[in-house]
Design a binder for this molecule. Structure first.
Ligand code: GLN
Length: 222
């Protein structure tokens, strides 16, 4: 396996299933090089990897079929930072209530589909002061709830009876989808966690040029 080059400047997006292009689009908006990750070789030299939302059972099977599970774990041990959005957060959690955990790399417990069916998906806004000074728009799609966090985990966004965003030294998890909103705040936050320098001003985290379809213009290979 190729050793991680810490200053490569690129962030990968696991490209097996789910919201891949939307994340690549957001990375482009903050002038961070993004890379689709389908095979083990695509992990070489990345500073960070986003595991997108989608369907966690499907993603877990594809990770095994494509031989990426052990490769991601090995790169993580060598310093690769990870961000799991929604299904990605489920895969990274140490405990998945009532089910077997997958990577089990961050000390959180998640409860899948805790808001109900797809029809119970919703949008709202909340302030996550560590991430951005202004309220951030949040999109929850058949999301899990983070129902427990260990002592080494910092809560970034706490809602009524659950945690919506958290991190430890090397992993960020969000149960909502920043890539489906005009907010670039979490992408900037993760890029900085990876030691990179995203473009743009924290105070203007909403990109006025973003639309729900704007990622399409970047095509399948960014
Ligand atoms: N409900 C999905 C799961 O359990 C996650 C949904 C999402 O990623 N938006 O995997």
């Amino acid at each position: 396996m190729t050793a991680v080059v810490a200053d490569s400047g690129a962030i990968g997006v696991l490209d097996l299933q789910g919201g891949v292009q939307e994340h690549l689009d957001h990375l482009q908006r903050i002038r961070i090089a993004g890379r689709s990750v389908k095979h083990a070789a695509d992990l070489a030299g990345l500073a960070g990897l986003i595991i997108p939302g989608g369907e966690s059972t499907c993603l877990s099977r594809l990770l095994d079929i494509f031989g990426l599970r052990a490769e991601i774990e090995a790169h993580y041990r060598q310093g690769l930072k990870l961000w799991g959005t929604c299904a990605g957060a489920i895969l990274l959690a140490r405990e998945n209530v009532g089910e077997a955990p997958f990577f089990g790399l961050i000390d959180i417990a998640v409860s899948r589909n805790a808001f109900g069916s797809q029809l119970d998906s919703f949008q709202c806004e909340a302030l996550a002061p560590t991430v951005a000074p202004e309220p951030i728009p949040l999109t929850f799609i058949r999301a899990p709830k983070i129902v427990g966090t260990g002592p080494d985990v910092q809560v970034l966004l706490s809602m009524q009876d659950y945690v919506a965003a958290a991190e430890d030294d090397r992993i960020l998890v969000t149960v909502f989808h920043p890539e489906l909103t005009p907010s670039l705040a979490f992408h900037r936050y993760f890029a900085r966690k990876c030691g990179l320098h995203p473009a743009g001003d924290e105070k203007t985290a909403l990109d006025p040029d973003w639309t729900p379809q704007s990622w399409i213009r970047f095509g399948p290979h960014v």
